[in-house]
Design a protein around this ligand. Structure first.
Ligand code: PLP
Length: 444
């Protein structure tokens, strides 16, 4: 019996021993095509030579120095590189060790900003029902999955949840996409007016929803309206790009494509590409200045903040994305993936929607295409697909949406940006076979 406390206590796991390019190899030498980048992490694939060399150099020089004693050149350079590329006045990077830590820091910074201004009555967040923001208590409170929150409900920060922008399911037949986007964005205003806008700290959203809804993009105009509402009521906008950021949707920051600015953005996953655990919260001038000119101290922190080796690894990831033109591959390879998915699944009786942006794409699965009725969540279709795919040597990311108010299953695809056309063929072939095997077991 394993002494590792695995999350699923009764599901045996294969042992991963080696990674190379888009493949991970297990203890028997079997190769798995990493079509999900783990959980949308491995944007450069496994074993990138430049990142490995940068990590070795940094460890030889200085692995770690506690951030209350020192800054490092790698942290300063990485912060400059990120803020040079971030939209608006997101000029202050707070380095952490993962996505939940980044979201937690964002929630606390937003609250402290209002406390410094004397607005102590701002105590709640508004977020969306199909969303995931992490598993620490603050991040869990804003996340949309009620079943994830349920055991911890008495411990959570107050948060309201409104509908996400989910045109495939919620647009009325007589509504244009634009009108639908305005209607659903206006739910934010209604929610603010219900709870009292003066009690709200921030609205939190993933620009492209990842794990809980499958590469769900907003319709044009939605985020512009969201920004207008936040401005009108003096509420902050926190965009969580932990999954969709760092090039995954074709631009370094996903919200660049929405033409809006955020008060805080969180990134993680692709920032370290899996080579080091790292996350970051990037804050606007206004937020930073309020703290700097007020108490002068952000009341938050962790031991491994701005860890030198993680900084060096992440800088090498950014170098690879930009200098080796790896980021430039995302849109063309994304189109190549989308055209294969459409060719293979557009007529599939159980694929209701094929969507996404860049190399962040998903199939939404339905029992019935006409009515869009989802498969029963008790069918465990998601874990069946995962097992069937792993047996075929494919890693993909099937999920059961939010089980409360169940909106269906989907399979998220987020392959490394270095993936080639022939590997996309392999991905599509194996995915089709895994899907059919799993569905056959469910409907027989
Ligand atoms: N935010 C989003 C959008 C995520 O997808 C995730 C993880 O999947 C998190 C936050 C939490 O990140 P982590 O698992 O690194 O704590």
């Amino acid at each position: 019996m394993s002494q590792v406390f695995h999350r699923h206590c009764h599901t045996p796991l294969r042992t991963a021993v080696r990674g190379d390019g888009v493949y991970i190899y297990d203890q028997n030498g079997k190769a798995y095509l990493d079509a999900s980048g783990g959980a949308a992490v491995s944007c450069l694939g496994h074993s990138h030579a430049g990142v490995r060399a940068a990590l070795h150099r940094q460890i030889d020089q200085l692995a770690y120095a506690h951030s209350s004693f020192f800054t490092t050149d790698v942290a300063e350079t990485l912060a400059t590189r990120l803020t040079d590329r971030a939209p608006g006045d997101l000029n202050h990077v707070y380095f952490l060790s993962g996505g939940s830590e980044a979201v937690e820091a964002a929630l606390k910074l937003a609250r402290q900003y209002f406390v410094e201004r004397g607005e102590h009555q701002r105590v709640r967040f508004i977020a969306r029902r199909q969303s995931y923001h992490g598993n620490t208590l603050g991040a869990l409170a804003v996340g949309g999955n009620a079943w994830r929150r349920a055991p911890f409900a008495p411990l959570l920060t107050p948060a309201e949840h409104i509908a996400p922008c989910y045109a495939y399911r919620d647009r009325r037949p007589d509504e244009t996409l634009f009108d639908y986007g305005q209607r659903v964005a206006n739910e934010l205003e209604q929610s603010l007016l219900t709870v009292g806008p003066e009690t709200v700290i921030a609205f939190v959203a993933e620009p492209v929803v990842g794990a809980t809804a499958g590469a769900l993009t907003a319709v044009e105009g939605y985020y512009t309206r969201i920004r207008e509402i936040c401005d009108r009521y003096g509420v902050l906008l926190i965009l969580d790009e932990v999954m969709c950021g760092m090039g995954r949707t074709g631009t370094l920051f996903a919200h660049e494509q929405e033409g809006i600015h955020a008060d805080i953005v969180t990134v993680a996953k692709g920032l370290g590409a899996g080579y080091q655990p790292i996350g970051a919260m990037i804050a606007s001038d206004t937020l930073y200045d309020t703290i700097a000119d007020g108490s002068g101290f952000f009341q938050h922190g962790h031991t491994y903040m701005a860890h030198a080796t993680a900084m060096a690894g992440s800088l090498a990831v950014l170098d690879a994305l930009e200098q080796e033109q790896i980021l430039a591959r995302v849109n063309p390879m994304g189109e190549a993936l989308m055209s294969r998915l459409k060719a293979r699944f557009a007529e599939h009786p159980h694929v209701g929607d094929i969507r996404g942006r860049g190399l962040f794409q998903a199939l939404e699965l339905v029992f019935d295409r006409e009515t869009k009725r989802p498969f029963d969540p008790r069918s465990k279709l998601d874990s069946r697909i995962k097992s069937a795919a792993m047996a075929l040597g494919l890693m993909c990311y099937p999920m059961a949406g939010t089980i409360d108010g169940h909106r269906g299953h989907h399979i998220l695809l987020a392959p490394p940006f270095i993936i080639t056309e022939s590997q996309l063929d392999e991905l599509t072939d194996k995915l089709a076979e895994a899907l059919d095997t799993a569905i056959a077991a469910v409907i027989e």
